[in-house]
Design a protein around this ligand. Structure first.
Ligand SMILES: [Zn+2]
Length: 467
């Protein structure tokens, strides 16, 4: 029976994989686990994960930890391919700790060669899914260079997950490979689908895997050159570090100054997570909330206001500054919840402000409107069948046309229904305005407040000092 304590508060979170971060440097472990029959691959193309639809019901034992989720009946899900089905896309062995010459293992324990991947498409080791009853840390000594890798891999209980970025693999090669997979032969439709458009496709497990994988895939794809000297970079630690190629033992650095990133092991480049504060402002009586409408958002879509945290700011500092800069609102007190999304950590806040003080929309050129709504107004929209359906589910993008693309078709029944062919700005008997869905942290913030599930606590930091 599923333990309710493992059901995450928000979508796109939940540590279902044991990330085994101490084994990312072990090529013995990685090269053994990568060819294990139980290993599964999540594919990405230009940041979009591979999704299977009209697929055979997921027989994989890994299911949503949500006890209310239907078991084994999903026919649309994140595709998880065994190594044998993607082997032709992975490049030459060894996959990790590649030497100077293709096909050779780096014969060195130099830190700049730890699980180095110099050739082949970008791969990230995401972690191991283990049965919750046997969740144990694996002993790192088992994976020393002298150990019998295959014997070690055979002892591993669970399913290892890797991501593979196929963006640079020719479409025709990719298409043939996918057709030959078990899913392809079953007649399932396999399509690379925007992570946010496919939200309705995922269960909590899929969403958590996509969130961390997409962040890593995106980071590896965007960082091609050393920030210190401009040399190309290569992958270390199974996709979790990047290093300057001028540091490779065989690099020809004649006539060049040593790269500053080589001074001290701490200078390898690590994936980054940008923190964002997202704020629902309430009045002191706790019967109204302030929401904003971005100029780029479709229709009458209102949501919590948000902004990136800047260097030198605490979360609370950023909440105060964002509301002040965006809408001239001074806030105090608050409480928060957090949700990761690729490369961002969305930290949701409740803050208190005075509705008697007029808001402004002339400060931030992205804010079209900001207004206070009563609890009854919010509850009415939440109760409306189209109240939280924003079509594309991505409020920053225009609404997709129905059937115009695989992405549109995969966006979910609700999306195609609510789009129709009518103008999304004036749907017949539509809600007076729209709110974010529960799969977005803003939707959780608004809904929890509307249904009286939150106590707006007092934060010492927010009370401290005034703007
Ligand atoms: Zn460099």
């Amino acid at each position: 029976m599923t333990d309710r304590s493992v059901v995450p508060v928000n979508f796109f979170e939940g540590g279902y994989l044991n990330r085994l971060s101490w084994l990312r440097s072990s090529h013995v472990f990685l090269n053994a686990i990568v060819v294990s029959p139980s290993t599964r691959w999540v594919l990405f193309k230009e940041g979009k994960p591979l999704v299977a639809s009209n697929a055979p019901p997921l027989s994989d034992p890994i299911q949503s930890p949500d006890p209310d989720a239907p078991k084994g009946s999903r026919t649309r899900y994140l595709a998880r391919l065994p190594t044998s089905e993607v082997r032709s896309l992975l490049g030459s062995e060894p996959f990790f700790s590649q030497g100077k010459v293709e096909g050779t293992l780096a014969e060195s324990d130099d830190p700049v060669l730890e699980a180095a991947r110099i050739r082949g498409p970008p791969i990230v080791f995401l972690g191991l899914h283990q049965d919750t009853t046997s969740e144990q840390a694996l002993p790192s000594s088992d994976f020393s260079a002298k150990s019998d890798a295959l014997a070690v891999a055979a002892r591993i209980q669970g399913t290892a997950f890797f991501s593979l970025d196929v963006s640079d693999i020719p479409d025709d090669v990719l298409e043939v490979t996918l057709q030959e997979t078990g899913l392809g032969k079953s007649g399932a439709k396999l399509a690379f689908t925007d992570a946010r458009l496919a939200m309705g496709t995922y269960d909590y497990f899929d969403a958590a895997v996509v969130a961390s994988a997409r962040g890593l895939v995106d980071w590896n794809a965007r960082n091609k050159f050393c920030p210190a000297c401009g040399s190309p970079v290569y992958s270390l630690w199974a996709g979790w570090k990047l290093s300057c190629s001028s540091l490779l033992p065989w690099a020809d650095n004649m006539g060049r100054k040593p790269c500053p990133s080589g001074r001290g092991i701490q200078n390898f480049a690590h994936p980054r997570t940008d923190a964002v504060v997202i704020v629902v402002v309430v009045n002191e009586a706790n019967d109204k909330i302030l929401l904003g409408r971005n100029r780029k958002w479709p229709g009458m879509f209102y949501s919590a206001m948000a902004g990136f945290i800047e260097p030198g700011e605490s979360l609370e500092d950023a909440v105060k500054r964002e509301l002040w800069e965006e809408a001239a609102v001074k806030v105090w007190a608050g409480s928060f919840v957090a949700q990761p999304f690729p490369a961002n950590l969305m930290v949701g806040f409740y803050a208190i402000a005075d509705p008697a003080i007029p808001t402004r929309t002339d400060l931030d050129n992205e804010l079209a409107d900001a207004r206070w709504y009563t609890r009854d107004e919010i509850l009415a929209v939440l109760a409306h069948p189209d109240g939280t359906k924003i079509g594309s589910r991505d409020p920053t993008k225009p609404l997709p046309k129905p059937d115009s693309s695989a992405a549109g078709a995969l966006a979910g029944d609700d999306a195609s229904k609510s789009n129709g062919t009518s103008d999304p700005d004036t749907p017949p008997q539509g809600p007076p305005f729209r709110l974010p869905p529960l799969s977005a942290i803003a939707g959780v913030l608004v809904s929890d407040w509307a249904f009286g599930k939150v106590v707006i606590g007092e934060s010492r930091q927010l009370k401290k000092g005034n703007l």
